[in-house]
Design a protein around this ligand. Structure first.
Ligand code: NAP
Length: 308
């Protein structure tokens, strides 16, 4: 089978760190061009807008949209309208409604739309899902605490409305939880902390419940220095589950098994290829819905100004 001709759009940190190496190793894709206002990818044709790229390269079949979420909808409409398959970085958009709109457009055009959630492909996530499926869960806790200055230096969009603030990493935890929980969680209470000079939260405490009576707590914080915490713990009838390091490691009552090396982006591109070949879409909005509900129910607390 011929490789799928692909472009990356929005050439920044995640394109360089993850997309380019994963695409290079996947024979199902041939990266032929890129579109970005400033960024460039060496060795292929570069354009400063997606419109100019689509006009100039009619053989292009698919695009990966890696710009911040506030700018993703317009680029996705342009690509889908031109009959291209679309890979959306997480979060798939700035609002739920715009992604629903994209899903309908992809169906109308007969092309693939893939809302990617990279953390779902972390090595120990499937094992955690299997463990939880076989027991009764009593409580669940998400602890997603990191240092924003270390991980997001100079990223202005992340602090603007639609940038999600602390939910930009936090939605990775929610993408795991929505995948591993046997019954879906919903938000029952939320407190969001906004720096007085920013339009997105720096911290959030979210309470969840589900139809089985499980109560869950999510603590999201961008002010953590020292060791970083990307943990999901559960108290269950079969013991204490710790899914740590962003889904890479799983321990039950302290006993850990090896679940192999990290391969999140290679797995995402394998999934995208199989969706395109199978003429299917995969657009799960559950993680973004929990974030939206947190904003809907959230009590707002103003906290001290944040400076880079
Ligand atoms: P980034 O480097 O700040 O942004 C990516 C590129 O998008 C920028 O270099 C910029 O390129 C373009 N861009 C920025 N603002 C834009 C705007 N308003 N309109 C159009 N293009 C714009 O961010 P990133 O870290 O790569 O993150 C991008 C997306 O990937 C986010 O949704 C993020 O959640 C997700 N992601 C990031 C990471 C990570 O570790 N950084 C991990 C997983 C997923 P030009 O100026 O050249 O247009």
């Amino acid at each position: 089978m011929d490789p799928i001709t692909l472009a990356v759009v929005g050439v920044g940190k995640i394109v360089r760190d993850q997309h380019l190496p994963a695409i290079a190793k996947n024979p199902d894709f041939n990266l032929i061009c890129a579109a970005s206002r400033h960024g460039k990818v060496e060795g292929i044709d570069n354009f400063t807008s997606i419109e100019a790229m689509l006009d100039a390269v009619p053989t292009l079949e698919a695009v990966s949209l890696c710009m911040p979420p506030q700018a993703r909808y317009q680029a996705a409409v342009t690509a889908l309208s031109a009959g291209k398959h679309v890979f959306l970085e997480k979060p798939p958009g700035a609002t739920l409604s715009e992604v629903v709109d994209l899903k309908a457009l992809a169906a109308e055009k007969g092309v693939t739309l893939f809302a990617s959630w990279h953390s779902r492909y972390a090595p120990a996530v499937e094992a955690a899902k299997r463990f939880l499926a076989g027991t009764r869960i009593r409580t669940l806790k998400i602890e997603w605490k990191e240092d924003v200055r270390h991980w997001h230096p100079g990223q202005a969009w992340i602090w603007e409305a639609g940038g999600l603030g602390v939910f930009d990493p936090g939605i990775n935890a929610l993408s795991i939880v929505t995948h591993i929980m046997p019954k879906p969680l919903f938000v029952t209470k939320a407190v969001l902390e906004f720096p007085e000079n920013r339009d997105a939260p720096i911290g959030a405490e979210i309470n969840f419940a589900n139809a089985d009576g499980v109560e869950a707590l999510g603590e999201f914080d961008w002010r953590q220095t020292g060791p970083q915490s990307w943990n999901i713990t559960a108290e269950t009838d079969a013991g204490h589950m710790l899914l740590s390091h962003g889904g890479s490691r799983l321990a039950i009552d302290g006993r850990e098994e090896d679940h192999g090396p990290e391969a999140e982006y290679p797995s995402l591109y394998a999934r995208f290829a199989s969706l395109v070949r199978g003429k299917q879409s995969d657009v799960d909005l559950a993680p973004l819905r929990l974030v939206a509900d947190s904003f809907m129910l959230g009590k707002r607390k103003v906290t001290e100004a944040f400076h880079d």
